[in-house]
Design a protein around this ligand. Structure first.
Ligand code: GTP
Ligand code: MG
Length: 195
């Protein structure tokens, strides 16, 4: 996908602030620090569009990026970041759930899970949640550059088993470092971002 044009339309906290448009949207969810903003930057071929950080909890709002005037990417705050207060975590969760449940324009979600680790409880509940609301999901196993190629299958099967993925459910290895998986993710997005 050739990305000619990207702009951050809005950082939203509530539905009233979501862009007033019928364009399709793809949201990116996953634990704090799993690599959401990095994956978005890779797909957008921009280094610093979505802000990344080695400190978890960088992204705190729903950030709507308009891509090629044709679709939106939504960078969602990472869940499960222990250092924010319980109240702030509950507010994040409510904000994310409100978006995922009510947004008509949402065509699919890319859920990021660290390829080096088994899914956590929070990864599992997010996946269950998306399946329950029948949101199409692509699981991306991130930071795959840190996993030996001989272990990729093991990483995939541990995610499939841990998340309870069904045979037709999709999993893709991804690296923001060497861009593994970017074409597959883009193809999935193009198929699902229908407003
Ligand atoms: P929050 O906004 O806090 O939820 O984090 P995030 O999920 O947006 O993560 P972010 O993209 O900021 O990346 C977190 C850290 O992981 C940064 O130090 C990145 O450089 C690193 N990282 C992200 N993707 C990759 C990857 O594919 N490979 C490697 N080796 N490191 C990565
Ligand atoms: Mg982020």
């Amino acid at each position: 996908m050739q990305v000619n044009d990207v702009e951050l339309t809005i950082s939203a906290l509530s539905p009233a602030q979501y862009p007033d448009t019928q364009l399709g949207e793809i949201a990116f969810v996953g634990r704090s620090n799993v690599g959401k903003s990095s994956l978005i930057n890779t797909l957008l071929q921009r280094n610093k569009m979505a802000r990344t950080s080695s400190t978890p909890g960088k992204t705190q709002t729903l950030n709507f990026y308009l891509v090629n005037q044709a679709l939106y990417f939504v960078d969602v705050p990472g869940f499960g970041y222990a250092k924010v207060s319980k109240k702030a975590r509950a507010q994040f969760a409510a904000m994310i759930e409100e978006y995922l449940q009510t947004r008509q324009q949402l065509g699919g979600v890319v859920q990021l899970v660290d390829a080096r680790h088994e899914p956590t409880e929070l990864d599992i509940s997010m996946y269950d949640y998306l399946r329950y609301y029948e949101v199409p999901v692509l699981v991306a196993g991130t930071k795959i550059d840190k996993v030996k190629k001989s272990q990729w299958n093991k990483s995939e099967s541990s995610h499939r088993k841990g998340l309870g993925m069904q045979p037709g459910d999709e999993w893709v290895p991804f690296s923001a470092l060497n861009k593994i998986g970017q074409d597959t993710v883009w193809q999935w997005i193009a198929e699902h971002a229908t407003g």
